[in-house]
Design a protein around this ligand. Structure first.
Ligand code: GLU
Length: 485
């Protein structure tokens, strides 16, 4: 037996938006190919002009690139099975339809729109009534001569059953009598999606067809086409639905009301591509052990089809946030600073700031980069605040001792020869020791005066260090003034 090289394809229609469901399909196709040493192909299915959106193909390229899902063949990189854009393959399909006609497996249907409409309005409508299925040779030639437009339909078996096996959903059987004589070629000469996808997958040597479970019911029709041509049926891998959690605890198909559902929107919301990919990989697939954090490389090594579940997966934004946090924590400080830079700039503009120190107070406390501006804007400008935030029970600070301790701390800090983290640290800790105070009793008023708010990333020492001597002392003076007023 010849073992065929595994080939999968991602076949998006350019609709301008990459839903997480589509992204998961692309990811699983990629992983099935890579975990088997195979090839991953990108095919653009743009024949439905009504759904076509300008610029949408770029969204597909950008998303795949950002997500790290790299195709081996496709419109932009080429390959021996091209063209990879369906509209450029248009001329390929008719000969295959003609072959089925010649073999008696398909027929021309000349029924007018009006007739089909009438049919669909009749009470016993059970689909197309196979009116043209048994036209005589003469009748056909007559109609062709008259130039009556026609579609090409597939002759479905009238009895029996069609069974196929799906790698995830198992064996599925339908009665052939339920299957319509589906249209293969439309009146304009172009193929239907149902026909084109079979021809494309076969001629591109696709071994595993991975798609959403909404395609399960069409698969028997595709299989009857493979059989009609005598082609090998690919392995089908249908993926479970992705659901969203409703407020009342129930679940329904993931949609906008649950949160962002597009890759680009999730990125805008502050999720990192690698966290999204890691999370989506587990949305319907279960690894052999309980490992949760996977790099793309680890996914490529560990993915296996049997781990895909058929039960619907629930998209949990809290869990995604958890993944995001883990990826942020695991970065080097340099990488953190680099990726945080756009958010720093949002706060500080062109001001000359030593950003390297922010990682120390932010990185271990951050869920999303988009939270950065809100967390650090007090560094750029001291907020307005009320003096009662100097009161804190746990630190034993009140409006009587706060001005005294703040004044003392201010004098000591002002006298420091060097404004470094260690120097500030020793200065404030020594003061607490010498004055027999809790550390908090010293730190609280200093931090409040320096930040102008109760909740801050980092403590008094880190904040003073980042603010620098001049700005720190200015803010402490302001705090003292406020306390005395
Ligand atoms: N173009 C189809 C879609 O975007 C692809 C379905 C398939 O994978 O065959 O839904």
């Amino acid at each position: 037996m010849v073992i065929k090289k595994v080939r999968t394809r991602y076949a998006p229609s350019p609709t301008g938006f990459m839903h997480v469901g589509n992204l998961r399909t692309a990811l699983y196709e990629y992983l099935i190919a890579k975990s088997n040493g195979g090839d991953f192909v990108l095919r653009i299915e743009d024949t439905d002009r009504e759904r076509y959106v300008e610029g949408a193909v770029d969204v597909i390229y950008d998303t795949l690139k950002t997500a790290g899902i790299i195709h081996d063949e496709g419109p932009d990189v080429g390959g021996e099975f091209g063209p990879y854009v369906q509209s450029e393959r248009r001329e390929m399909y008719m000969p295959y339809a003609q072959r089925l006609i010649d073999e008696g497996k398909a027929y021309r249907c000349f029924c007018s729109k009006e007739r089909l409409e009438e049919l669909s309005q009749s009470s016993e409508f059970g689909g197309y009534d196979r009116h043209c299925r048994d036209l005589s040779e003469d009748e056909i030639n007559e109609k062709l001569k008259e130039g009556i437009p026609y579609v090409i339909r597939q002759k479905m078996p009238l009895s029996g059953k069609t069974t196929f096996s799906d790698a995830v959903f198992g064996e599925i059987t339908v009665d052939n009598s339920e299957l319509q004589d589906q249209i293969l070629i439309k009146a304009d000469g172009y193929p239907t999606y149902n026909f084109a996808n079979v021809i494309d997958d076969h001629t591109m040597g696709i071994t595993h067809v991975v798609r959403g479970s909404e395609y399960l019911s069409s698969t028997p029709k595709y299989n009857l086409l493979y059989e009609a041509f005598g082609w090998e049926i690919p392995t089908y891998v249908h993926l479970p639905l992705i659901m969203g959690k409703n407020e009342d605890g129930s679940v329904s198909k993931l949609s906008k009301r649950h949160g962002s559902t597009g890759f680009e929107d999730l990125i805008k919301d502050g999720y990192l591509p690698e966290a999204i990919i890691n999370y989506i990989a587990l949305l319907g697939w279960c690894p052999k052990d309980n490992q949760e954090i996977f790099s793309m490389k680890q996914l490529e090594e560990n993915f296996f089809i049997e781990g895909i579940s058929k039960s619907p997966a629930v998209f949990d934004y809290d869990k995604l946030l958890w993944f995001n946090e883990q990826y942020i924590k695991a970065m080097s400080a340099e990488e953190f600073t680099e990726r945080a830079m756009p958010y720093y700039k949002e706060v500080f503009g062109d001001r000359d700031v030593d950003y390297s120190k922010f990682a120390g107070i932010l990185q271990q406390r951050l869920e999303k980069f988009t939270d950065i501006p809100e967390k650090i804007k007090f560094f750029a400008e001291l907020p307005e605040y009320e003096k009662d935030i100097f009161i804190n029970k746990k630190s034993k600070t009140n409006l009587e001792n706060a001005p005294v301790n703040l004044q003392e701390a201010y004098e000591r800090l002002k006298a420091l020869p060097n404004w470094t983290f260690d120097a500030i640290h020793d200065c404030l800790i020594n003061m607490a020791v010498e004055k027999e105070l809790k550390n908090g009793t010293v730190m609280w008023p200093v931090r409040i005066a320096a930040a102008g708010q109760k909740v801050t990333p980092g403590g008094a020492i880190e904040i003073l260090d980042i603010l620098g001597r001049e700005e720190s002392l200015k803010r402490l003076e302001k705090g003292l003034e406020k306390l005395r007023s």
